[in-house]
Design a protein around this ligand. Sequence first.
Ligand SMILES: C[C@@](CO)(OP(=O)(O)O)[C@H](O)COP(=O)(O)OP(=O)(O)OC[C@H]1O[C@@H](n2ccc(N)nc2=O)[C@H](O)[C@@H]1O
Ligand SMILES: Nc1ncnc2c1ncn2[C@@H]1O[C@H](COP(=O)(O)OP(=O)(O)O)[C@@H](O)[C@H]1O
Length: 285
Amino acid sequence: MSSELNKIQLPSPGKLNLFLHITDRRADGYHQLQTLFQFIELADELTFSLRTDAKIQLTSDLPFKAEDNLVYKAAATLQQAAQISQGIDILLDKKLPIGGGVGGGSSNAATTLLALNKLWQLNWSLSQLAELGITLGADVPIFIHGFAAWAEGIGEKLTPVTPKELWYLLLAPDCHVSTAKIFNHPNLPRSTAPVTFEDFLANRCHNDCEFLVRNLYPGVDKCFQFLNNLGPVRMTGTGACLFVPFDCHSDAAKAFAQLPNGMQGFITKGSNQSMLHRCLQSLSK
Ligand SMILES: C[C@@](CO)(OP(=O)(O)O)[C@H](O)COP(=O)(O)OP(=O)(O)OC[C@H]1O[C@@H](n2ccc(N)nc2=O)[C@H](O)[C@@H]1O
Ligand SMILES: Nc1ncnc2c1ncn2[C@@H]1O[C@H](COP(=O)(O)OP(=O)(O)O)[C@@H](O)[C@H]1O
């Protein structure tokens, strides 16, 4: 890559938790998980342009202060950790549902760390960036590493796996589920016995948050019941998004066509390598 690089545009893809089991709760309140992360081809877009001063300027149409955005926090945290006096202009074009369990905030933070590592010529390793990233959100490391993974711990112990790259009908119910609210709820199951990848392949896995979220959010339950007529539904993360797998695009499209007006749905493909990393690889050629 050219050392004169001063602008870069990168995708920031979402993820699905193909299953999510809670196996324990740590003394600090965080939950021990087993989950399988796979990327989807649906993505936000971020544009980064170097500034001549040290300011970090973020433009987005999200309805909260730039300083509260994980993109800004990622840039500021890296700038401080690397003791860099260069700044950045960032434009965030949001396409992923917010607070939906597709990990948009964490993905945006990871894309920011990877982009600034290049533009600020820091040469940090992926492991260094992931270590910094986990202080911003539990899912940042998976987006930094960019491969589908079996995850344990709080989501940071990653083993690459290659589940089938199916097509998904993804539905975003019209509500935001707070991750903290679900994890703090007394009725959340917290002692699912550990499973293996073979259990996943044999369809012996589920999402431990799903039942509770459907109970607390009638809008999620309504979408769940609708999708249940189209195929095996599952929730991603702590919700609210739901997905149904299909073997091919045309089957997913047929199901999509049956969505009632007003339900926000997407057809997207699962991917075992993040489109961000495919893009970074093609830039380095
Ligand atoms: C559980 C997952 C699975 O992908 O849910 P989604 O957010 O994607 O729905 C994520 O790891 C979530 O990651 P993220 O949304 O970044 O969570 P964080 O900001 O780190 O944590 C939000 C809050 O959730 C709780 N929390 C989070 C992760 C975890 N393993 N145990 C927890 O108990 C903590 O109370 C924490 O304060
Ligand atoms: N760049 C960002 N994109 C989305 N949400 C963000 C971002 N920065 C901060 N947030 C905050 O993080 C919360 C969780 O957002 P998101 O990552 O989309 O959820 P999830 O982890 O459930 O997929 C939002 O409600 C919002 O307040």
